[in-house]
Write a protein that binds this ligand. Structure first.
Ligand code: AMP
Length: 283
């Protein structure tokens, strides 16, 4: 039996008096990607808090929010198996008390890529992360590179608002065919799931072209985009950007990031990888 989830601010506070835990914020629907973050935290901290909170303020549509899978019992058991010592599963009112009226507004970093397609998303993410950091007061907090723009925004937020502890980025965990694990993958039909494997293939193809000397970022982007479209995926963006500011670069003369967002069967999938360094070190 996993420990009962803590649900109120007071319960969490009482459980963590004098402790500086590792922290893994999640929205539940845990998979091996989350498991890896929790296991990493458990290896580096005596206590690990896993929060399970489907944050309403980062969803653009009510139906998307309502469709988000919720299974606290399964998620708690998995988190404990990975090494969590505390599960924090607050209600919406615990995180956003009546009269809530203060937001963490993200600047330029939220103005492109996911921020364009999902207005208000990063404001919701930055706000909930700020609240959770102040409640948990972690020594270290673990975030996946899978959500690369989110990771850069959280690093900026962490520094700008002097949030406690350190941010620890963790590599993307992938399925057998290279597709990045995501709670959304479960929504794909079997043919769409097979089609989605074109995403890591396109990333590999672009990385290989770069490794073989193609330095023109627009040409590399066109190559990746055409591969995805030929597999029937709708490309929202495929862009080669600088590692931290996430602005497009023209020439691949340093290590950079390849960002991808596609839609397949009504499901939006994102992925990213390092590009412009030795292939063996690039994923
Ligand atoms: P979520 O529950 O989707 O909000 O994700 C919670 C944390 O897990 C975030 O830091 C994500 O970046 C991370 N995460 C999600 N999928 C993966 C993955 N495939 N590999 C590594 N980390 C992931």
């Amino acid at each position: 039996m996993p420990p009962a989830a803590l649900t109120t601010r007071a319960e969490l506070h009482a459980a963590l008096v004098g402790l500086r835990p590792g922290f893994v914020p999640t929205m539940g629907a845990l998979h091996q990607g989350h498991f890896a973050l929790i296991a990493r935290s458990a290896g580096e901290n005596v206590q690990t808090v896993v929060s399970i909170f489907v944050n309403p303020t980062q969803f653009g549509s009510q139906s998307d929010l309502e469709c988000y899978p919720r299974n606290l019992e399964h998620d708690s058991a998995m988190a404990v198996q990975a090494g969590a010592t505390h599960i924090f599963a607050p209600t919406v009112e615990t995180i956003y008390p009546p009269g809530f009226d203060t937001w963490a507004e993200v600047g330029e970093l939220a103005s492109r890529w996911e921020g364009l397609s999902r207005p208000g998303h990063f404001r919701g993410v930055a706000t909930v992360v700020s609240i959770l950091f102040n409640l948990v007061h972690p020594a270290r907090a673990y975030f996946g590179e899978k959500d690369y723009q989110q990771l850069q925004i959280i690093r900026r937020l962490h520094e700008d608002l002097a949030l406690p502890g350190q941010i620890v980025p963790c590599p993307t965990i992938r399925d057998h065919d290279g597709l990045a694990l995501s709670s959304r993958n479960a929504r794909l039909s079997a043919p769409d799931r097979a089609r989605a494997a074109a995403i890591p293939r396109a990333i590999n193809t672009v990385q290989e072209a770069a490794a073989h000397g193609q330095r023109d970022a627009r040409a590399l982007e066109a190559l990746g985009r055409s591969l995805l479209e030929s597999e029937g995926l709708t490309v929202d963006y495929l862009a080669i950007v600088d590692n931290t500011g996430l602005k497009p670069i023209a020439t691949l003369d340093r290590e950079a990031r390849l960002l991808v967002a596609v839609e397949v069967g009504g499901v939006r999938l994102i992925d990213n990888a390092s590009i412009g360094v030795e292939l063996s070190a690039s994923r």
